[in-house]
Design a binder for this molecule. Structure first.
Ligand SMILES: NC(=O)c1ccc[n+]([C@@H]2O[C@H](COP(=O)([O-])OP(=O)(O)OC[C@H]3O[C@@H](n4cnc5c(N)ncnc54)[C@H](O)[C@@H]3O)[C@@H](O)[C@H]2O)c1
Length: 257
């Protein structure tokens, strides 16, 4: 019997990566790590100026790092972005669904509007982006999709609202469903579940609760965004072709399974 094997070789062309929420924090670190690995990186964010500044630092000529103003709630914005990437680079190899918001809210304080908004930003955006990016990856017979979920999606958050945890649990499920569908096409789909990693979003957290959380981390410190960047770069590499449908924990030992 002939062994069925996806094409796990690195594509001949320079790989191209789209990172949503790439202006700061984890998305910025993932963009930097992928660029250091030789990828073209497209940093897509609501905060265009900040994303453009990071892109300029990576490549002042804007040929292999550039920014896009986009709202991940808009399918049209995502569609335009994918179109521009294909026009410029001829391919889309890596999609990192990273953009997210983390409202701190007690259960009864969550309005219907805020529930829908958080689900649209954190979860529906990935559904849209995967629908738009996957056909290109399938045609190339090579692709990597990485969804940034959270420990909150595995255990339920003690700080962030129920809408946040539910959106992140949904991303884990989306990862598994899509991994099964795309596995025969040389496309892997994985999730990264960070917890307590240094990023600008941490400034919004109640600082006392945050300190208590850090003290409960077995490794005894916060994670660094660069550590998440390195993990994403590995998942995006040719070496990771046998990892799919997985949720990789990067949480300092807060959840061991
Ligand atoms: N930092 C952590 O400890 C941690 C833990 C678990 C999960 N995460 C997840 O990691 C991802 C990145 O978080 P971070 O900590 O870097 O936070 P962050 O707030 O620093 O970065 C989030 C980025 O997403 C962008 N963004 C938000 N809404 C957007 C929209 N509608 N359209 C486009 N861009 C939008 C923001 O402008 C920002 O640049 C998020 O999905 C978050 O839930 C982070």
């Amino acid at each position: 019997m002939t062994e069925q094997r996806p094409d796990d070789s690195t594509p001949d062309a320079r790989r191209t990566a789209l990172i949503t929420g790439g202006a700061q924090g984890l998305g910025e670190a993932i963009g930097r790590a992928l660029h250091a690995d030789g990828c073209n990186v497209v940093l897509a964010d609501l905060q265009y100026d900040r994303a453009a500044q990071v892109a300029r630092e990576l490549d002042p000529t804007a040929s292999n790092a550039w920014a896009v103003a986009l709202d991940v709630r808009s399918r049209q914005d995502l569609e335009q972005t994918v179109k521009r990437i294909i026009e410029r680079h001829g391919r889309l190899d890596i999609l990192v669904n990273n953009a997210g918001v983390t409202p701190i809210r007690t259960f009864n304080a969550i309005t219907a509007e805020e529930w829908d908004d958080v689900l649209a930003i954190n979860l529906r955006s990935a559904f849209f982006a995967c629908q738009l990016a996957a056909p290109h990856m399938q045609a190339q017979r090579w692709g990597r999709i990485i969804n940034i979920t959270s420990l909150a999606g595995q255990l339920g958050s003690r700080l962030a609202g129920a809408h946040y945890s539910v959106s992140k649990a949904g991303l884990i499920s989306l990862t598994k469903v899509l991994a099964k569908e795309l596995a025969p096409h040389g496309v892997t789909v994985n999730a990264i579940a960070p917890a307590v990693v240094r990023a600008p979003v941490m400034a919004q957290m109640p600082q006392e609760a945050l300190q208590a959380l850090i003290q409960s981390v077995p490794v005894g410190r916060m994670g660094e965004a660069e550590e998440v960047g390195a993990l994403a770069a590995f998942l995006a590499s040719a070496q990771a072709s046998y990892i799919t449908g997985a949720t990789l924990d990067i949480n300092g030992g807060q959840y061991m399974r």
